[in-house]
Design a protein around this ligand. Structure first.
Ligand code: NAD
Length: 310
């Protein structure tokens, strides 16, 4: 299969590596000059669960790539999704499948502005990755990657993708309800990530505070209400139980938004609590915690001099 990764940072490079190792023809696309140059000159250096490797893999800016692909995985940060779609439009054929595994809400609508719904496959993944330096990344975990089509006509493509992912060691799963899974993951990120970033605390430290526990419940209630407005059943008690279970597994981990703030990079908050606040405003209900958390994260970005330009 001819596969492109649009946005080959931490997680995109990891997926590109495993898909290429699995025998596919993979091209990495990105805008970061230093990273592109490093991969072009020295190959991609990667540790998958500690196992070091280096491979030659084509990488370039989208404007320098003239081929069309069977499948494109999008792995930008949420706020750069639209820009990436514009940049890669010429690499999409009429039947190219676009797979979106970004964290956050509202991406399906953005992608649907560019390609037919039957070509969109949405999903989530619990693989984790980090980019240590240009050309040097690591991928951790076992997955899974849960995917599902958004239009019934795309079902066969989604099933084929599940097989491709599994054959490449990425642990593909066909999701029974990708919208629910996406909301559940966004709710985890909208609670734990935002609070960790604001309070400069890891998950274990956060959950020791009764104030945090109370805040989490209130944020989950707002997510649940916004999900309902979108026709998705995200029950508060089930979500709290899920969050508690998920938190036990990650313990002393600092979530990605904390890392973004520490590394002075803009966060994806507008696509988490920010999206919940937008849905509330549109549907006539208040989301005070989501609104305030979004504003506080942006305030934190401002005081640290982090630009949100894109
Ligand atoms: P990332 O920041 O590593 O990469 C995203 C883009 O930013 C890439 O194009 C990358 O080249 C660019 N970039 C990164 N550092 C840069 C720098 N210093 N200068 C210039 N450009 C730079 O993001 P990611 O972690 O790969 O996440 C992509 C998406 O996947 C996000 O929506 C994220 O929430 C989601 N996701 C990430 C993980 C993870 O563990 N990393 C897991 C699941 C989902």
């Amino acid at each position: 299969m001819k596969i492109a990764i649009a946005g080959s940072g931490a997680i995109g490079s990891g997926f590109g590596y495993l898909l290429k190792k699995g025998g596919h023809e993979v091209t990495l696309m990105d805008f970061w000059e230093d990273h592109i140059q490093a991969v072009q000159q020295n190959g991609l250096t990667i540790a998958v669960n500690g196992q070091q490797d280096n491979i030659d893999i084509p990488m370039d800016k989208p404007e320098n790539i003239q081929e069309k692909f069977d499948v494109v995985f999008i792995f930008t940060k949420s706020m750069y999704l639209q820009g990436m779609l514009e940049a890669i439009e010429h690499t999409l054929a009429g039947n190219t499948k676009v797979v979106c595994l970004l964290n956050g809400l509202g991406h399906e609508k953005t992608i649907a502005e560019y390609i037919p719904k039957e070509n969109i496959i949405m999903g989530t993944t619990v693989w984790t990755a980090s980019l240590e330096a240009p050309g040097k990344t690591s991928l951790m975990g076992q997955g899974p990657v849960e995917v599902q089509e958004v239009d019934p006509k795309g079902k066969e493509a989604a099933l084929t993708l599940v097989q491709v992912l599994s054959d490449c060691g990425l642990n593909g799963i066909y999701s029974a309800d990708v919208h629910f899974t996406t909301w559940r993951k966004a709710c985890v990120n909208g609670t734990l990530n935002t609070l960790s970033a604001l309070l400069d605390a890891n998950i274990e430290e956060l959950l020791q505070s009764d104030y945090v526990q109370h805040l989490i419940r209130e944020i989950v209630e707002e997510f649940s209400r916004a999900a309902k407005a979108k026709g998705i059943g995200l029950e508060v008690e089930e979500m709290i139980t899920y969050l508690n279970e998920a938190s036990k597994k990650v313990g002393t981990h600092y979530p990605s938004m904390h890392q973004d703030i520490m590394n002075k990079r803009p966060t994806e908050v507008d696509f988490l609590t920010g999206e919940v606040a937008k849905i509330g405003a549109k549907n006539g209900f208040k989301t005070p915690k989501s609104q305030t958390l979004t504003e506080l994260i942006h305030a934190k970005e401002d005081v640290l001099g982090i630009s949100r330009e894109h």
